[in-house]
Design a protein around this ligand. Structure first.
Ligand SMILES: Cc1cc2nc3c(=O)[nH]c(=O)nc-3n(C[C@H](O)[C@H](O)[C@H](O)COP(=O)(O)OP(=O)(O)OC[C@H]3O[C@@H](n4cnc5c(N)ncnc54)[C@H](O)[C@@H]3O)c2cc1C
Length: 417
């Protein structure tokens, strides 16, 4: 993977070796009014509005140590520059994991995942990053180091900085250290899958899952060329435009097998006779595919919509009317849809988004954001962040943490900051 630092107007990159050194770099930036761009694995620097102000990159690449790992307490404290893969390997040695599916794990850092707050398929059963972060150390826009939360799970005193910083896109502080709750690696992880002939067939099935006796870890609705091979493997394979509904279960073998059998029976009563069970190595491969799908290269435009779960299929219909060859992945139980366009929309980005897809998402009580745009044009506040208008309190919080607006200036939802 090529680093994306060139996507930002960075004149120089500092690589501090300690959080004290990092704080002093930011303090200098505050005094000289220099823009600061925190850099993790540089996998998502095209997420957000393009930066227009020249500034200094502050790389976390040398802050990647494990500070404390009391495995029996099921918590871990790490520096923010550790890669997701290195973290996963450390935890796996104790049969534990952080069940947040981040693509490009060999590069993506825990600080970057926290700052962007992307969450993958397991969010349905396992929750999101915000549910796992219990402590944080960071440096604000004046260069002052601060901390929030702690290293133990029962910890409720003070402002909840860990949750505030999750999803702040490096605009409130540079995250230097994170404490996380972790979970045991489940004994078994399997999928039950069915191919459907059309989008319309998906809706009643998704609705029926609400009344299921089972508790899925993930409910994924997949479609488009990217999933053709998977659809071809299924007993129910369809010759029409193939859509795959995939439901994942994790837990002990007994729990998982019971849930698979139970859902297969529930589907049989709905007239679906040929679901396919996917386990073992094929299940591991499939998890990797589901995790990497949003960030794979090759799509000119990647969007993410968040709508009410009941509006997933109607928003998809609006997308398919624009690009019938797109590939999509819906975390359908949560109403999160990632679409990889097969070509750049002919009518242009603003018209497609502002004229069609944003109103369709608003009708489903949601919004759309751009995850990546290879052409880079038309990246306005309205097209990138859709209807996400910051309310006044967010601006006030931003001013308190970063009074001169030097942290990732102009990239996030605050107008003019
Ligand atoms: C198209 C696309 C789709 C994606 N979809 C998903 C998905 O579905 N699920 C998922 O989990 N991930 C997704 N990702 C995210 C990605 O793979 C990483 O999980 C994540 O962004 C971490 O990246 P990084 O360390 O490379 O951060 P970088 O790319 O280096 O930085 C990303 C942003 O975070 C800020 N930042 C980085 N480190 C810090 C820090 N220590 N303190 C403060 N701010 C910081 C940066 O300034 C920048 O704005 C997607 C990425 C792309 C490009």
């Amino acid at each position: 993977m090529a680093p994306l630092a060139h996507k930002l107007p960075i004149i120089r990159v500092a690589e501090p070796e300690s959080s004290d050194e990092l704080a002093s770099v930011v303090r200098d930036g505050f005094h000289t009014n220099t823009a600061i761009y925190p850099l993790g694995g540089q996998t998502s620097l095209d997420y957000g509005l393009p930066a227009r102000r020249e500034g200094l990159g502050v790389s976390l690449s040398r802050l990647r140590r494990v500070i404390d790992y009391p495995a029996r307490d099921m918590t871990i404290t790490v520096e923010a520059g550790i890669s997701m893969q290195a973290l996963a390997e450390t935890l796996a040695a104790e049969q534990q994991r952080l069940p947040v599916d981040a693509p490009q794990g060999e590069h993506a850092t825990i600080g970057g995942v926290m700052a962007t707050n992307f969450n993958g398929p397991r969010r349905m059963g396992q929750g999101t990053f915000r549910d796992y972060v219990i402590g944080v150390r960071a440096v604000d826009g004046t260069g002052m180091a601060f901390k929030g939360g702690g290293r133990v799970v029962k910890n409720v005193a003070g402002y909840d900085f860990p949750k505030l910083l999750t999803g702040s896109l490096g605009t409130l502080a540079v995250i230097t250290q994170v404490t996380l709750k972790v979970k045991p690696i489940p004994e078994k992880s399997s999928f039950i899958a069915i191919a459907l002939g059309s989008n319309d067939q998906a809706e009643p099935l998704l609705a029926s899952l609400i009344y299921s006796k089972t508790s899925p870890t993930a409910i994924e609705l997949l479609g488009g060329p990217e999933w053709h091979a998977l659809s071809g493997e299924l007993e129910s394979k369809s010759t029409e435009y193939p859509i795959v509904l995939l439901v994942a279960f994790e837990g002990t073998s007994v729990e998982t097998d019971w849930q698979l059998a139970c859902l297969a029976e529930e589907w049989r009563t709905l007239g679906l006779r040929h679901p396919t069970l996917i386990s073992d190595d094929r299940a591991s491969q499939l998890w990797r595919h589901l995790t990497e799908f949003p960030a794979q290269s090759g799509s000119p435009l990647v969007l993410q919509a968040t709508v009410a779960p009941s509006a997933v299929t109607s928003w998809l219909a609006a997308v398919l009317a624009i690009d019938p060859q797109c590939s999509f992945q819906c975390h359908a139980g949560n109403g999160v849809i990632v679409v990889r366009f097969s070509e750049f929309p002919e009518s242009g980005l603003s018209r497609t988004l502002i004229g069609q897809l944003q109103p369709a998402a608003n009708a489903g009580h949601g919004h759309v954001v751009i995850l990546s745009n290879a052409q880079g044009g038309e990246m306005t506040h309205q097209s990138v962040w859709g209807g996400l208008a910051p309310f006044w309190l967010m601006g006030e919080v931003k001013r308190k943490f970063d009074p001169r607006g030097i942290l990732n200036p102009g990239r996030f939802v605050y107008q003019g900051m």
